[in-house]
Design a protein around this ligand. Structure first.
Ligand SMILES: NC(=O)c1ccc[n+]([C@@H]2O[C@H](COP(=O)([O-])OP(=O)(O)OC[C@H]3O[C@@H](n4cnc5c(N)ncnc54)[C@H](OP(=O)(O)O)[C@@H]3O)[C@@H](O)[C@H]2O)c1
Length: 257
């Protein structure tokens, strides 16, 4: 089946994730890997991005998803990544900006944070998602026009809201991403491209182990559970987009009469 021939749903039903063309950054570990696995269990067409080529190849072989080797923090990688996503999937309906950097590890106060470490956190957690979203915006807008979905999920954190000491570079970059998502949503929501910013909760992943080495893993969420909760939120957004589209159609019919 071609990636673009995926609307199995009757016209009057909202699209489901199983029918979408999905791009996920950071698909080889933790939450991103759980999302790739969950999406490929259905009929979704999935492409994911990460830097480590061997791990990309392994996850691609395991899941059947398209693996793209790239660094979202590198400006020069973004257009190639976006072109590969569009080429491999034939477009994109759902973009998950999940890949993230903690900034300097071990975590440290802002006064001890190098400017370059803050720059690196911003490059991965803010500029990368911004650039990739912009590069894929034409495809997302086309998806919205075709009533296929068009959702961008920016993976957030409670550190985007709470000023945790030691989490300055990460927290500031996630706060900026959270606000960026809200502004994107105000600007493009009326055109059918929705932006979500969701904290997946504290999860048992390599990133968490790096940040909080003493944490008891049994107190942390499983990435698969967080992935399921995020996908449920996306399904709700798809239903809202669909209802808004139906309303617009009814209003247009009423005006024509
Ligand atoms: N874990 C938690 O408790 C927690 C809590 C709140 C929010 N979050 C958020 O949840 C998301 C996922 O976190 P996680 O814990 O699952 O992380 P993780 O296990 O460390 O996985 C990160 C993934 O992103 C990739 N990646 C990192 N930097 C990249 C870059 N510059 N370009 C492309 N890919 C890159 C990694 O692969 P490569 O290294 O090969 O590139 C890996 O696949 C992040 O946005 C994080 O901020 C996590």
């Amino acid at each position: 089946m071609a990636a673009t021939d995926n609307l199995h749903t009757p016209r009057n039903a909202a699209p489901s994730i199983d029918e979408l063309r999905v791009a996920i950054t950071g698909g080889t570990s933790g939450l991103g890997l759980a999302l790739v696995r969950a999406c490929t269990r259905g009929r979704a067409h999935v492409a994911f991005v990460a830097r480590d080529a061997a791990r990309v190849e392994r996850i691609s072989a395991e899941t059947g998803a398209h693996g793209i080797v790239g660094d979202i923090a590198r400006k020069d990688d973004i257009h190639r990544i976006a072109l590969q996503v569009i080429g491999l999937l034939g477009g994109v309906d759902l973009l998950v900006n999940n890949a993230s950097s903690l900034g300097p590890v071990t975590l440290r106060p802002l006064a001890d944070t190098e400017c370059e470490d803050l720059e690196n956190a911003l490059a991965t957690n803010l500029l990368g998602p911004f650039r990739l979203t912009k590069a894929l915006l034409g495809s997302l807008a086309a998806s919205a026009r075709e009533r296929r979905g068009a959702v961008v999920l920016n993976v957030s954190s409670d550190a985007a809201i709470n000023p945790y000491p030691g989490w300055g570079a990460y927290g500031a970059s996630k706060a900026a991403l959270h606000h960026l998502s809200r502004i994107w949503d105000e600007e493009l929501g009326s055109q059918g491209v929705r932006f979500l910013s969701i904290d997946p909760g504290d999860m048992d992943t390599p990133l968490h182990a790096l940040a909080v080495p003493d944490a008891d893993p049994t107190t942390l969420r499983r990435p698969a559970d967080s992935a399921a909760a995020l996908l449920a939120a996306i399904e709700r957004a798809l239903a809202e987009i669909h209802r808004a589209g139906e309303m617009r159609t009814l209003e247009e019919i009423a005006v024509c009469r």
